[in-house]
Design a protein. Sequence first.
Length: 154
Amino acid sequence: MKKFFIGVILVFFIVGCGKKEPMAKINYIEEGLKYLAQQDLGNALKSFDLAIQKNPKNVETYLMVAEIYFKLKNYAGAEALGLKALQLDPENGDVYYLLAMARGAQGNEKEAFELLKSSLQAFSQRQQQEKAEMVVGLLQRMVGAPGASQADVK
């Protein structure tokens, strides 16, 4: 009886582990970028959403979707995705920059200014000098914003 069960288990194992057709691996980010290049924002969003489902910890994918929302003038949607990305990578200057742009587009310039300062700090810590210089330029232009001063840029 013991040999019978071992035989059944062996057959089950061999049949269950038979050669299977490989599933096509789709790189949803590449697919989304292709749609984006074609200005097909709807299909780009679908592809990036699938990429997020596949890897919900990829901050760059959240940023790509947020940028599409920004182009569609869905600033609240862009901000929501930026906040999710911020949870995943609180040291990412690009996330702070995106959030600053979304808040600024919604008319909240003081918060945008503060987020740009956080972006500058993150870019500086990661030695992303070119991005840091771009943010400094934006901050200097915003110094005239309510509640901002030249000292705030530093």
